[in-house]
Design a protein around this ligand. Structure first.
Ligand SMILES: [Zn+2]
Length: 422
C-alpha cells in the first residue's frame, strides 16, 4: 500500500494525484488531539486539501463515497511543525560542520536535502521552519519550490535563506587569515544590514534570521555580535517587507537585545534565566529551546547519557527550561534538526518532557503554538474546519507517552496521503 502511494507521488504532481484519487476522507481514531485538547469519539472529515468538518461521531456521519480511515488504539493529530531545522545539514558525527560547509558542493547538499525532506514528512512533520542553509546559498528556496510543485515529497517550508551574521563572528573559523574561507551565513554590519536584509527577502527568504551572539574566536566563549541599533534596523527592514525577525541567541545580553529589538522567536537561549524569561513574556516572544542539538553535540564529544557525568551545558539548559516554564514563557518546539538526523525530530519533544513539560503541552508546542508563532494558524497546526488537511495518526497516546509520536501509521499533507501503514 505504502509503495503504491509512493509510486503515484513519484509520477504525478500533487495536483494530478488529487484529481485521480477520491479526495474525501472520513477519519476516526480512539483519540483526536485538535491542537489544544484531546477528544474521544471524534471524527474528522477531509474534502480535497482541506478539513471540512470535525466533531463527535454522533453528530458527524460518513458521507457517501468518502474513504474511511478507522484507527484503533491510535491518536489523530494535526501534522507536526518542526520549528528549527537545517535541511541542508546532516549529523556532525557523520561529517563535521566545517567539511559540509567548505567541501561539499551546493548541488550535492541539495540532492541530500531531498532525502532529509522525505524523512521529515514520513515522521509526521508536515511543516518545517528552516533557519539557514549554512553555506548553501538559496538552495532552501529552490527546495521549497520543488515541494510546492509536488516534484519531491516534503513538509511545507518556511525558509531563511543564507541568514545574517556580524563580520568576523561566524564560522568556519581558525583558518589562515590570508585564505578566503566561505562562511556559513552572510556577513553584514551597520547600515549595510538594510541592503542585505532586502537582498535576502528579494531572493526568497520568508524569515530574516540573525545571529545576535557567537563564539568570536575558535573555541572561545559566546559574546554578543550586533548592537541593539543594528538589530532594530534589521527588524524594521524585515517587518516592512512582511518578514519576521528571528534571532539566534545563547547569551543573556544577546537575548536581551533580540527581545528589545522585536525578535519574534529566540533560538537556543542557553543562558535564559528568570529575568530574561520575564522579558520574553512581556514582549510576547516565543522561545525555541533546541534541547536536542545541545544533547546531540555533547554525545558527539563523547558524552554517554545516563553513564558519564552530565556536561555543564546540559545542566544549564535544564535550568533555562525550568526558568521558562516557571515564568510561563511561550515555548515552541524546534530541535535544530540537521545537527541530529532528519526524521528523528521527535527527540526534541521527548527531551521537553524529560526536562519538565507535560506531554500534552509538548504536543501543543509542536502544533498550535508553533503555528501561531510562525503566523500559520490560519493554515495548519490545528484540526479545525477550513484549515489545510495536514494530519497524522500515531499508534498509542502521545498525550501520555510522548514517544508514541514515533509510531507513525499515516501521514496526510494538503489532503494527500504520503504514508499509510493500515
Ligand atoms: Zn540552527
Amino acid at each position: 500500500m505504502r509503495k503504491a502511494i509512493w509510486l503515484l507521488n513519484g509520477i504525478f504532481s500533487v495536483g494530478t494525484l488529487l484529481a485521480q484519487q477520491p479526495n474525501s476522507y472520513y477519519i476516526t481514531a480512539d483519540r483526536v488531539f485538535d491542537g489544544e485538547t484531546l477528544h474521544t469519539g471524534w471524527a474528522v472529515l477531509v474534502d480535497g486539501d482541506k478539513i471540512s468538518a470535525v466533531g463527535p461521531t454522533s453528530q458527524l456521519k460518513p458521507p457517501a463515497g468518502a474513504i474511511r480511515i478507522q484507527a484503533g488504539n491510535s491518536t489523530l493529530l494535526p501534522g507536526l511543525i518542526e520549528g528549527h531545522s537545517h535541511i541542508l545539514l546532516y549529523p556532525y558525527n557523520i561529517t563535521d560542520w566545517d567539511t559540509q560547509v567548505l567541501k561539499e558542493s551546493d548541488t550535492y547538499r541539495t540532492a541530500r536535502a531531498t532525502t532529509h525532506l522525505k524523512k521529515t514528512l514520513m515522521a509526521g512533520f508536515t511543516t518545517e521552519r528552516d533557519l539557514g542553509t549554512e553555506g548553501a546559498g538559496y538552495a532552501d528556496v529552490a527546495l521549497k519550490r520543488a515541494v510546492n510543485e509536488g516534484l519531491i515529497p516534503g513538509p511545507r517550508l518556511l525558509v531563511a535563506g543564507r541568514a545574517i551574521v556580524a563580520t568576523g563572528s561566524y564560522g568556519p573559523k581558525g583558518y589562515d587569515p590570508d585564505s578566503k574561507i566561505m562562511l556559513g551565513a552572510e556577513e553584514a554590519d551597520g547600515s549595510d544590514l538594510v541592503r542585505v536584509t532586502r537582498d535576502q527577502m528579494g531572493k526568497g527568504a520568508d524569515i530574516i534570521k540573525v545571529y545576535a551572539d557567537y563564539r568570536w574566536g575558535p573555541g572561545s566563549e559566546n559574546l554578543p555580535t550586533f548592537s541593539l541599533e543594528e538589530l532594530n534596523l534589521v527588524r524594521e527592514t524585515a517587518n516592512s517587507g512582511g518578514r519576521p525577525l528571528v534571532v539566534h541567541a545563547s547569551t543573556k545580553e544577546g537575548m536581551r537585545r533580540a527581545i528589545l529589538a522585536g525578535a519574534e522567536t529566540v533560538e537556543h537561549g542557553d543562558e535564559l534565566d528568570e529575568e530574561i524569561a520575564k522579558l520574553m513574556v512581556a514582549h510576547q516572544v516565543t522561545w525555541i529551546p533546541t534541547l536536542a542539538a545541545t544533547e546531540s553535540i555533547s554525545r558527539y564529544r563523547g558524552w554517554v547519557k545516563g553513564k558519564s557525568p552530565e556536561p555543564a551545558n546540559i545542566t544549564q539548559k535544564k535550568k533555562a527550561f525550568q526558568a521558562a516554564l516557571a515564568a510561563k514563557v511561550n515555548i515552541g518546539m524546534g530541535g535544530d534538526v540537521g545537527v541530529f538526523a532528519h526524521g528523528e525530530n521527535v527527540l526534541e519533544m521527548e527531551l521537553m518532557v524529560e526536562y519538565g513539560m507535560k506531554a500534552i503541552d509538548v504536543l501543543k508546542a509542536a502544533t498550535s503554538i508553533n503555528a501561531r508563532a510562525f503566523h500559520l494558524e490560519g493554515l495548519t497546526g490545528s484540526i479545525k474546519t477550513g484549515l489545510k488537511a495536514d494530519l497524522l495518526i500515531v499508534e498509542g497516546n502521545p498525550a501520555q507517552q510522548i514517544a508514541d509520536c514515533r509510531n507513525v501509521k499515516w501521514v496526510m499533507k494538503d489532503g494527500v496521503v504520503y504514508r499509510n501503514e493500515f
